[in-house]
Design a protein around this ligand. Structure first.
Ligand SMILES: [Zn+2]
Length: 258
């Protein structure tokens, strides 16, 4: 079974002291590839972490994340454009809107600019949302036809079936992570049980979003295997079959050859 963690921050300093071991645990759990989004220019410019990841393949993205809004300069958008130009395999992300952190107006500006880069360079988007799905949809819908055929993924989907359907109607994938392991997340679990599997990706968001039973601990990519088991119960499909379909979905989105 070949799994892929479609969203993890293995480059974060939470993994600096034992990254090799974390990556090896992931490989042993069947995780073949890690998708690593970028969150800021500064973090993207340190690349030493890649030396620790020999046990897996890496797909990398670049973006200006709303959590780091105070760090982003206008010139970082030029850096992002140059980086995309130089790396045809790079996706745009993690970008988006988060109404629980500061400077929402500035977030809107930066997101709109990065949406334009997705059009200009024809790259998929990895979207962060928190109480912002309506605003993201409002900005994306008018330009949808100019985005790539598979335009992106709404990472760490949580919400209703109606919300999930809106994204799927635009061709977006939904990132399925640890949220579904919590019984209290009934609305999200019901939504993801009904969405066609062709639109689902597996993810951890490690080091964040620990699974049920691991609250307060650092999350890690190996846990994607647990998320798969939970999703296979929700979708009532055998894990191996689900894993194959999710692999294809991820490949369709990020257009990699593995
Ligand atoms: Zn993330």
């Amino acid at each position: 079974m070949k799994l892929i963690d479609s969203h993890c921050h293995i480059n974060f300093d939470a993994f600096d002291h034992d990254r090799v071991a974390v990556v090896q645990r992931a490989a042993r759990a069947g995780i073949h590839t890690l998708v690593v989004p970028g969150v800021s220019r500064k973090l993207s410019q340190s690349t030493e972490w890649q030396n620790d990841c020999g046990a897996v393949s890496i797909i990398q993205g670049f973006g200006l994340h709303p959590y780091f809004i105070n760090q982003h300069q206008d010139t970082d958008l030029d850096w992002l454009a140059t980086t995309l130009q130089g790396d045809p395999a790079a996706f745009i992300g993690e970008v988006g809107l988060d109404s629980t952190v500061d400077h929402y107006e500035r977030q809107l500006v930066l997101f709109s600019e990065q949406l334009q880069l997705a059009i200009e360079y024809q790259r998929p988007l990895v979207l962060h949302h928190r109480r912002s799905q309506a605003d993201l949809l409002r900005l994306i819908k008018p330009v949808r036809s100019r985005l790539p055929v598979v335009p992106g993924v709404l990472h760490a989907f949580s919400g209703s079936f109606a919300q999930a359907k809106e994204w799927v109607a635009l061709g977006f994938m939904l990132g399925v992570g640890g949220t579904i392991t919590y019984q209290r997340a009934q609305k999200t679990r019901r939504a993801l049980a009904q969405i066609p599997i062709e639109f689902l990706l597996l993810e951890t968001d490690a080091p964040d979003m620990p699974l049920f039973g691991y609250q307060g601990q650092r999350n890690e990519p190996a846990q994607a295997a647990q998320v798969l088991l939970e999703l296979s119960e929700l979708q009532q499909l055998p894990p191996a079959m689900l894993a194959d379909i999710i692999w294809d979905n991820t490949q369709r989105l990020f257009r990699f050859n593995q």
